[in-house]
Design a protein around this ligand. Structure first.
Ligand code: UDP
Length: 455
């Protein structure tokens, strides 16, 4: 067959509509743009309505069936997943038809691996699909083994896969060890592989050195491109001068307040605390963290989203932390992690936060909540050596005294020195991966070449 060369390929970027999924796909789009690929970001009508107008990005919105309130307005995970599939596939079909009627070719759809029906829609039009995995390969591979029935649920024994460390039951993703919880989300995770063999590419937001064993295994199965970490270039390789932030915040950051406060603090003296964009901590857990931070007697910057602030202990912000702590509703996390006064990151271990800590060389204290976080926390602690985990009690609560002891380990003890050294090592490797000639750089180049040559 004669090779067809598309000079400026056009791809749709279609993330799952949450902050932690939009960031990596949108970032990857910036790398593509810099290599001559035209991109259009497809979000939902609801997400689109919450964003400040961004003129530099080509954007289109489709309906997920929840145009007024988005995911959080759905009754249950099942109802969201079902409606998104039903309404979303029709809406995506209409979008593609609209592009076609305008003579605007689509060469590929890069869709979130959670949205497998996007590939079915793409194939109806003869468009190639690239399944984009936003979670760690280790997590994906556990889900793959569940999908194939090799790991059977309910789980009754630790999990050992490929070259990874053994995961105790509670260290597997919550949808695996807490069988039956959030059936809609569980189905999304386990079904990511249902039609993957028909995807032209499988893209994954990690980097070779970080997950070598699993990546080698995945390469044998699919046409894999390892393209991460998808962190704005100016924090890593600095090749894209204008790429200084994610540029896609669903929450309004208290940026200046955070930076002014951090500027005043000595080097490596601040504990930064955040549980990401989705986790909802119980009031009990919130209280333990609040008193754990004050008992640690360190400077701390804590992100508590507006909807979660009501769970803070009474008078905590006004009376208890006036000098040592700052609580904000959102920050520009990358700028906080990159700040020299930040000495460690207390994190829920969402995979973006995980990659950001590694890429910016910041040691972590993991307090995982659900989904892939317990597995990421284990990897951060035991596999990558960049931190510790606060052990939860029998009720799943990380108690204040354990937090105090972890803060001491990382901020004062030898364990912290080692974790920081390892984090620094990963930072260099992450930068090397996306820098010219690095493993992710080469995979992105190959992807673009294949797009341009319609290969
Ligand atoms: N984030 C941020 N400001 C905050 C908290 C989080 O910019 O105050 C960003 C963070 O940098 C990351 C994303 O939100 O890119 C959260 O993704 P992650 O996978 O860590 O967690 P999720 O929100 O999906 O649970």
């Amino acid at each position: 067959m004669a090779e067809h060369i598309t000079k400026t390929p056009h791809v749709l970027l279609f993330p799952f509509p949450t902050q932690g999924h939009i960031n990596p796909i949108f970032q990857f789009g910036k790398r593509l743009l810099s290599k001559g690929v035209k991109t259009t970001l497809v979000t939902t009508i609801y997400i689109n309505s919450t964003l400040p107008h961004n003129t530099t990005t080509n954007m289109e919105a489709i309906s997920d069936g929840f145009d007024e309130g988005g995911i959080s307005s759905a009754d249950s995970s099942e109802s969201y997943v079902e409606t998104f599939k039903e309404v979303g596939s029709k809406s995506l079909t209409n979008l593609i038809k609209k592009f076609q009627s305008e003579g605007n070719t689509i060469d590929a759809i890069i869709y979130d691996s959670f949205i497998i029906w996007a590939l079915d829609v793409a194939m109806e039009f003869g468009i190639k699909g690239a399944s984009f995995f936003t979670q760690a390969c280790a997590v994906n591979i556990i889900y793959y083994h569940v999908h194939k029935g090799i790991i059977t649920l309910p789980l009754d024994a630790p999990v050992s896969v490929l070259g990874l460390p053994q995961f105790e039951c509670l260290e597997t993703p919550s949808f695996v060890h807490n069988y039956g919880s959030y059936p809609g989300w569980s189905e999304l995770m386990f079904n990511q592989f249902a039609n993957i063999d028909q995807a032209r590419w499988v893209l994954t937001n990690t980097f070779y050195q970080l997950e070598e064993e699993v990546i080698e295994w995945m390469r044998k199965m699919w046409k894999l491109k390892v393209i991460g970490p998808t962190i704005p270039s100016m924090y890593l390789d600095k090749q894209l001068e204008n790429d200084k932030d994610y540029g896609f915040s669903l929450f309004k950051p208290n940026h200046i307040e955070c930076m002014n406060w951090l500027n005043d603090k000595p080097e490596n003296s601040v504990v930064y605390v955040s549980f990401g964009s989705l986790a909802q901590l119980g009031p009990d857990q919130m209280k333990e963290i609040a008193w754990g931070l004050t008992d640690s007697n360190v400077n701390f910057l804590w992100v508590v989203r507006a909807a979660e602030q009501g769970k803070l202990p009474k008078n905590f912000v006004d009376e208890k932390i006036p000098r040592k702590g700052l609580v904000v509703t959102w920050c520009i996390q990358l700028d906080v992690l990159a700040h020299e006064s930040v000495g460690c990151f207390v994190t829920h271990c969402g995979f973006n936060s995980t990659l950001e800590a590694i890429s910016l060389g910041v040691p972590v204290i993991g307090i995982p909540q659900w989904t892939d976080q317990p597995t990421n926390a284990k990897l951060l602690d035991e596999f990558w050596g960049v931190g510790v985990r606060v052990r939860a009690d029998e009720n799943g609560i990380a108690r204040r005294e354990n937090l105090v002891s972890c803060v001491k380990k990382i901020m004062e003890d030898e364990e912290g020195v080692v974790a920081r050294k390892n984090a620094e090592k990963w930072k260099e490797l992450a930068k090397g991966a996306v820098d010219k000639g690095g493993s992710s750089y080469n995979d992105i180049d190959e992807f673009v070449f294949e797009l341009m040559h319609n290969a």
